[in-house]
Design a binder for this molecule. Sequence first.
Ligand code: F6R
Length: 362
Amino acid sequence: EKAGYKHFMAKEIAEQPVVIADALKHYTTAEGTLRLPEGVDFANVDRITMVACGTASYACHVAKYWFEQIAGLPAEIDVASEFRYREPPLSPQSWALFVSQSGETADTLAALRYASGKVARVVSVVNVPTSSIARESDLSLPILAGVEIGVASTKAFTCQLTVLALLALKAALDRGRIDAATLAGHLQSLRNLPGLMNHALSLSTPIAAIADDLAKAQDILFLGRGAMFPLALEGALKLKEISYIHAEGYASGELKHGPIALIDAAVPVIVMAPRDALFEKTVSNMQEVMARHGKVLLISDAQGVAEAGAGAWRTLTLPDMPPVFAPILYALPAQLLAYHTAIAKGTDVDQPRNLAKSVTVE
Ligand code: F6R
C-alpha cells in the first residue's frame, strides 16, 4: 500500500518527519535528556569502528565527524567487504558498530563476526530488530523507521543518522566533553528536525523542475565538505542507482586534484553547503567550477544562497539548521533530486535494475 503515493520511495521520503520524531521520542525525554539502553556507556571506550555497506556506510561516515568533533572519540569507518578481509587489529577497549537497514547484509554480518570477541562491545544499529545482525550483537539499537520497501534507502538513512547522532552525544557526555545544558540544546536542534524536514519536502516542485534538466546529463558531480562530504557520496549513490546517470561524490577540496578536468557546460555540479565555518572554502571551489562553465546547483540556507548564489545555475534554499546536524536535513533534497530525475527518465524507481533490497550474498 503506497498510501496514495506513486512509489514506495516517495512515500518513504515523505514519512521522514514522522519516523524521525518517533525515533527521537523513543531515545530522548521531554526534559532534554537521553534514554539509551543501559549498556551504552562510552566512559572507558578508546575508539569506535563503524562498518556497513552502501548508504548505511555513508551514515557511518557522517557519524565519524560527530564522534570525533562532539565527543573527541577516535572513530574509524570502513565498508564491510573491505573490513572483513583486511582483518584489522581491534583494541579490546574499543566498540565495533555495525549499521544495516535489513540486518541481513552478508558482508556486514561477516564483519560483525570478525569483530566479535576482539572488542569490548559489538553494537548494531538496525531497522529490523529480529535480524541476524541484531541478534548477534551485544547490544542492538533499532532505528524505528518502519518497513522500507523502496530499494533505494531513504528514511532508514535519516533514522540511522538520528540514532548515531544520539550515540555521539552520549559519548560526548560520558567523556565529559559536553554538559547537560549543551546536550539539551543539541537535543532541541534534533527535535526541530521534523518541522524543518516538512519545509524541505515542500521544495519537491522546484526540485522536480531542476531534475528535468539533470535528467539530460550524462555525468553529475556532488561536492561537500566536512560532514557534508559523505552526503555528497550519498547523493551520488542515490542518483546513480535509480536514474542510471553516472554520478560521483567528492570532498570539495579534492576538486582540483582531478575531477575538475571533467567540468564543462554539460556537467551539473551539485554543491551541498550550509553556511558553516568552511563555507567560504566551498564557495571558492564552486567559483572554480563556474569559471569553467560548470552548471552549479547550490543547496544551502538563506544566508548561504544570498552570499554565494549569484552565478549559480540554480539554487535551493533550505531552512536554517545548526551545521553539525545539517546532514540529516540535507539528505532530503538529495533523495528528492534522485527521485525526480528517475521519474523524468522513466526508470523503475522502486525496483531499479540489477539491485536487491537485501544483499544476503557477497
Ligand atoms: C542504497 C542502498 C544500499 C544499502 C546497502 C546496505 O540506497 O539501499 O546501498 O544501503 O545494500 O544495506 P543494509 O542497510 O540493509 O545493510
